[in-house]
Design a protein around this ligand. Structure first.
Ligand code: BTN
Length: 335
């Protein structure tokens, strides 16, 4: 496999090295000549890259003659830092980092078709066309959230793939709890809510034969440090920062998330669907006894959630007593 940085648009290894060098020597002025020597480029190239970092929102002070320093160590999810933290993990081997891309899921699908092995992680500081469920978009402000996609090649039937969405939700919930103490609610099948507002979402896409999954991409979006949202979603979305009153390290949260997901994924492969279904039922208040409105195709009805089927589909008892299984559709809590 070619190195993970050869995909068009991924962050140049050497720009990442420049950032790492500045971060390791934060507040110390380092001359352009020294930086150039350590990274193996000219002083002029260092200046160009510093300009590029500035455009991307990294606060580098100084100039070619005096040297450079970071005004603030940025919380950027560079592959170098992440690789060090994820040594030995399935998700520490192939990291594709973008300062800006359209959608990490789009990139993940492309990697999947190109034969990239299981465990690749796509990361973006910003997405210009982040995809949400049901054709919606995902607001992806630069540097504020976690926007990542994991490539998996599980040997499972395609009907079980939606369980991976639920599994990722469980892992994200555990990671958020461990880092911040906040306990997001899991709303079937793919939402993470805090105080009723959307904190995160998961979008799973796959390429499969009738009986076999070729690959799956799991896209996770978590609102971490957003302080405000665009007017259209301001009343619906929230972030960890808004809810806890303080900023959180995206890098630390991502490390927890990937580590947690790797262990949950192995448990799922070993123990089968019941592991996910039972754990989701235990951890999601939403799965049992919630009054909901279901909009599925042209059908809209009211009912009460009644647990999950063995395949992880939501059961709803309609008001006329009939129990139905929701395969796809929007399920919203009603008072
Ligand atoms: C939802 O609608 O709740 C799912 C949102 C999923 C958003 C994430 S952000 C990273 C990944 N890339 C995308 O384009 N979408 C997912």
């Amino acid at each position: 496999m070619p190195p993970a940085t050869t995909l068009p648009g991924t962050t140049d290894r050497r720009i990442a090295a420049l950032l790492a060098l500045l971060a390791e020597n934060a507040t110390i002025v380092i001359s352009g000549t020294r930086i150039g020597r350590e990274i193996g480029v000219s002083r002029f190239t260092v200046w160009r890259w510093v300009e590029r970092l500035r455009e991307l929102g990294v606060r580098v002070k100084g100039q070619p003659r005096t040297g450079y320093f970071l005004e603030e160590v940025p919380d950027i999810l560079t592959p170098d830092l992440l690789r060090k933290r994820m040594k030995g993990s399935l998700f520490g081997k192939r990291l594709f980092h973008f300062f800006k891309t359209d959608s990490t899921n789009r990139v993940g699908m492309e990697l999947g078709y190109a034969g990239e092995p299981e465990g690749a992680v796509v990361l973006a500081e910003e997405q210009t066309a982040g995809r949400g469920r049901a054709g919606r978009s995902w607001h992806s402000e630069r540097g504020a959230g976690i926007y990542t996609t994991l490539l998996l090649r599980p040997q499972i039937s395609p009907v079980l793939a939606p369980l991976l969405t639920m599994l990722a939700g469980l892992s994200a919930r555990a990671a958020i709890q461990a880092q911040t103490g906040a306990s997001p609610e899991l709303k079937w099948p793919n939402d993470l809510l805090l105080n009723g507002a959307k904190l995160g979402g998961i979008l799973t896409e796959m390429h499969a034969e009738p009986n076999l999954v070729r690959f799956v991409v799991i896209g996770l979006g978590i609102n971490v440090n957003q302080q405000k949202f665009p007017a259209e979603i301001a009343g619906l979305a929230t972030s960890l920062r808004k809810e806890t009153g303080k900023a959180h390290s995206r890098l630390e949260l991502l490390v927890r998330l990937l580590t947690q997901f790797e262990s949950d994924y192995n448990l799922f492969l070993r123990e089968g669907p019941s592991y996910v279904v039972e754990r989701f039922q235990r951890e999601s208040d939403f799965a049992q006894g919630k009054r909901v409105r279901v909009e599925s195709g042209r059908d809209t009805y009211l009912g009460t959630t009644d647990g999950l089927s063995p395949e992880g589909l939501l059961r709803v008892e309609k008001d006329d007593g009939q129990v139905v299984t929701v395969i796809a559709g929007d399920v919203t809590e009603v008072p």
